[in-house]
Design a protein around this ligand. Structure first.
Ligand SMILES: C[S@@+](CC[C@H](N)C(=O)[O-])C[C@H]1O[C@@H](n2cnc3c(N)ncnc32)[C@H](O)[C@@H]1O
Length: 273
């Protein structure tokens, strides 16, 4: 548990859990978030907008595009209507592998999912794609000859440029067959002042997983070679702010929290592999 192993350090998973109203967080997670909220009051709104994007993207993949197996990279805790809950409502046969680097997430995840057939939790660093893709947990649940839902929701910002996040996304996409989908979101400071951006990054720099924010151009490169799905009816196939994706009212959904995040869902075309 983080409380025991690093009681003085906040963790991204615990901070995010606190923002979503969960209880799997430590005093230092909460204090770090509260400090950040004084500068970024819309951060909680942004966390919920991100979780809402994940839920809408997974529902679309499972319900409309018949995807019944998901690899959730940088999953966080499997609570607050997470992937397997959304999938199971639409595909009772659905399978989900949750991958996270945080031992607290793994321990709690294993307990929470003990009775959930078709789910598993893998402790791994997503930067080690080879290990994630070949791990027994992954191989037991995912058939790589069938389309896969790849979830890289709020995770690529923990992959610094020196670790080639674009090449990393490509390695995961290369491992799945055409007809698979990628859902991806990442924070941006394109609409923020430098002072506010620095406050966000400083909070995450206290954790063992420091992060970066990325511009629209940098985010769009994650989608090279893929067919972007229009984010809402009538929209062009393009990157959106996170609240807009799948929203009934994309104008109202594009609030201050939403503008902290870019999001897209894209399909691997048949001429890719
Ligand atoms: C903000 S949470 C996102 C949770 C979920 N994907 C969502 O969007 O609702 C980010 C998660 O990524 C995990 N994480 C950060 N760096 C990681 C890495 N290199 N490998 C695996 N997980 C990582 C953290 O432990 C945390 O649980």
């Amino acid at each position: 548990m983080n409380e025991a192993t690093a009681p003085d350090r906040p963790f991204a998973a615990g901070m995010y859990d606190y923002l979503l109203g969960g209880t799997a967080n430590t005093a230092v997670d909460r204090a770090t978030v509260e400090q950040m909220l004084t500068v970024l009051p819309e951060m909680r709104q942004g966390a919920w907008a991100n979780r809402g994007f994940l839920q809408r993207a997974v529902a679309r993949m499972a319900g409309e595009w018949n995807i019944n197996q998901f690899i959730d990279l940088g999953a966080g805790l499997p609570t607050q209507r997470h992937t397997h809950e959304v999938v199971r409502e639409l595909r009772p046969d659905g399978r989900v592998v949750y991958v996270d680097i945080d031992p607290m997430v793994i321990e709690r995840g294993r307990t929470l999912l003990a009775d959930e057939a078709g789910t598993d939790v893998l402790e791994a660093d997503v930067r080690d794609a080879e290990r994630v893709l070949t791990a027994p947990e992954t191989r037991a649940l995912i058939d790589f000859d069938q389309p896969v839902g790849l979830l890289m929701v709020a995770i690529t910002h923990f992959v610094l440029d020196k670790d080639d996040p674009w090449g990393l996304v490509r390695r995961y996409v290369d491992a799945v067959p055409p007809g698979s989908y990628l859902a991806i979101s990442a924070p941006t400071a394109d609409k923020q002042s430098a002072r506010i951006r620095d406050a966000m990054l400083a909070g995450l720099a206290k954790t063992p997983t420091p992060a970066v924010e990325r511009s629209l151009e940098e985010f769009s490169r994650f989608l090279d070679g893929l067919e972007i799905v229009p984010p809402y009816p009538g929209a062009e196939p393009a990157v959106a702010h996170i609240g807009q994706w799948g929203a009934e009212d994309p104008v109202a959904a594009d609030d201050d929290g939403s503008r902290w995040w870019y999001a897209a869902v894209a399909r691997k075309p048949s001429d890719e592999r």
